[in-house]
Design a protein around this ligand. Structure first.
Ligand code: FPP
Length: 233
C-alpha cells in the first residue's frame, strides 16, 4: 500500500439534519451543504491516493423519510452526477453504484447508468455511490443471484457470496468513516466491513473538509490490523 494510504474508504455521511437544525434551517438545506462536503471530500480523497471511495448517500431505510426530503436527496444525486462530469473527466474519476438499482426511480436510474457509462474508461479513483443501499439487502440479493445461477445453495461459500455482491472486484474497505458521532454501522457494507477500521468523528458531515479526511487517514495509519490473528510487532 502506497504510504499506507487506505485503498478503499467508505463514508457514512451523517449529521446533515442536525447541522440544519442547529442553524434554524430546514433539513434539506443540511443535505445541500452535505453535497458540497461530499464534493470536497471526493477531491481530497482523490488527491490523497485513495483508490475507492464509497459514499452512503441513501439507504434502503431512508424511504421512510418525508416525501419531500426523499425527493430532495434524489434531486441532489442527479445534480451531483450531471454537474460533476467535468471534474470526473479532469480527475479521471470513475463513478459506480452500490445498492438495489431496480428499486430506484427511472430518472435516477438513467442518470446513474449514464454516469457509469461516461466514466467507465477513467483510471483514477472510483467513487461508488451507495444509493438505495442496505448491507442486508445486498447480501440477500447476492444469495438470490448465486442460487439463480447455481440452482442449489447447500455448499455456498464466502467466495460465492463475494462474487455476487454489487461490486465484486472492489476490495473490502480498509476504513469506514462515520461523521456526527454515532457508533453504528446503519446497514452500511455489512459483509465488506468485517475487518474495516472504524473512524468516528463528532463533526457533522456538512462541516467536513480535507483536513478531516487527512486526520482520519493519519489515525488509520497508526492502527495495527490483525484480521483475527495475533500482533506481528
Ligand atoms: C444523513 O444525515 C445523510 C443522508 C441520509 C443523505 C446524504 C446525502 C447527501 C450528502 C447528498 C447526496 C450525496 C451525493 C454524494 C450524491 P441525516 O439526515 O440522517 O442527519 P441527522 O442524523 O443529523 O438527521
Amino acid at each position: 500500500m502506497e504510504n499506507n494510504i487506505p485503498a478503499h474508504v467508505g463514508i457514512i455521511m451523517d449529521g446533515n439534519g442536525r447541522w440544519a437544525k442547529q442553524r434554524g434551517l430546514v433539513r434539506t438545506q443540511g443535505h445541500l451543504e452535505g453535497l458540497k462536503a461530499a464534493k470536497r471530500i471526493v477531491k481530497a480523497a482523490s488527491e490523497s491516493g485513495i483508490k475507492y471511495l464509497t459514499l452512503y448517500a441513501f439507504s434502503t431505510e431512508n424511504w421512510k423519510r418525508a416525501e419531500e426530503e426523499v425527493g430532495f436527496i434524489m434531486g441532489l444525486v442527479k445534480q451531483y452526477l450531471r454537474a460533476e462530469f467535468d471534474f470526473s473527466r479532469q480527475n479521471r474519476i470513475r463513478v459506480r453504484h452500490a445498492g438495489d438499482f431496480s428499486g430506484l426511480p427511472p430518472d435516477i436510474q438513467k442518470e446513474i447508468s449514464d454516469s457509469i457509462a461516461d466514466t467507465a474508461g477513467f483510471d483514477g479513483m472510483q467513487v461508488i455511490l451507495a444509493i438505495n443501499y442496505g448491507g442486508r439487502d445486498e447480501i440477500i440479493r447476492a444469495v438470490r443471484k448465486f442460487t439463480a445461477a447455481n440452482k442449489a445453495g447447500e455448499n455456498i461459500s464466502e467466495q460465492d457470496i463475494c462474487a455476487y455482491l454489487d461490486n465484486p472486484d472492489v476490495p473490502d474497505p480498509d476504513m469506514i468513516i462515520r461523521s456526527a458521532g454515532e457508533y453504528r454501522t446503519s446497514n452500511f457494507l455489512l459483509w465488506e466491513s468485517a475487518y474495516s477500521e472504524m473512524y468516528i468523528s463528532d463533526k457533522l458531515w456538512p462541516d467536513w473538509d480535507k483536513e478531516d479526511l487527512a486526520a482520519a487517514i493519519a489515525n488509520f495509519q497508526k492502527r495495527e490490523r490483525r484480521y483475527g490473528g495475533i500482533a506481528t510487532r
